[in-house]
Design a binder for this molecule. Sequence first.
Ligand code: GTP
Ligand code: MG
Ligand code: ZN
Length: 288
Amino acid sequence: MEGKIVANNAGIYTIYSSGVNYNVFPKGSLKFKNKHLNVGDDVIFDDETLVIIDVKDKKNELIRPRCSNVDQLIIVMSVVEPNLSEELIYKFLTYANMNAVPSVIVLTKIDMLTGLTKVNELKSDLEKLGIKVFLTSNKDENSISEIKKVLDNKVNIIMGQTGVGKSSLINEIDPSYSRHIGEYSTALGRGKHKTKEVILLPYLNGFIGDTPGFSSLELDIFKEDIAHYFPGYNDLYLNCYFSDCLHQNEKECAVKKEIETGKLSKSAYQIYLKLLNELPYRKERYSK
Ligand SMILES: Nc1nc2c(ncn2[C@@H]2O[C@H](COP(=O)(O)OP(=O)(O)OP(=O)(O)O)[C@@H](O)[C@H]2O)c(=O)[nH]1
Ligand SMILES: [Mg+2]
Ligand SMILES: [Zn+2]
């Protein structure tokens, strides 16, 4: 039979197939073939002996959150607790572009913010790049129904820092998922890592993936990646004079040209420069 791995509990995989969940083990020979398994993998399994026989080729594979065959990333960020970080949003979007996975942004806890000017500016900057941005909060039925519209028939993976409200959002989409909700610790300045594992929940011919929160420092992104995959900059480097242009002070830079003519946002470029400054070189890191 064919099915999709929707959870992994200490090496026992839950496979979802035609509306039924099976708890199965991988067959020993899978390991010899050097095929590892992630949540999201499509597999062939025996529903009588309950073993996984083979794993199909992966369309893509994310390291964080660890999962395969992702159709869409739902990047969740709260406007407070933890505070909105434009840098982090652009970093997550870069990560989505690096993996060639389409993404949308969901900004949560709007109920806790007075004054939406900054948030709306960010929204409009991102929408100019064709990125959908949703502003939401618990019990805000209008925004939740707008979010639902982009989820069907896809494997949607929710990603974001701990405590931003990923599991809460999933419960708003369908309360029967009954995901455990953590709390935000003002003392720690972050959430408490309530969700520990990636799990796929069936949703309208597709899935929604709840995932553990992680810090942006855990993402392997380097200067070279940001120059190629920063939102709006994709492929522009091909028109820069230097093939390894970092779009700073190099001559005949295609990105700088678009910023001068107003095609690309100046404020996003400031974030780009900040990220570029913080991130290490991919080359240096591996030559150590
Ligand atoms: N005021 C307000 N609080 C929210 C909202 N969404 C989530 N919260 C609160 O934020 C805290 C964290 O929520 P979770 O849903 O557990 O966050 P998470 O992103 O799943 O966190 P991890 O599982 O640790 O990665 C809880 O105290 C929620 O009640 C919201 O829209 N408004
Ligand atoms: Mg959670
Ligand atoms: Zn350039």
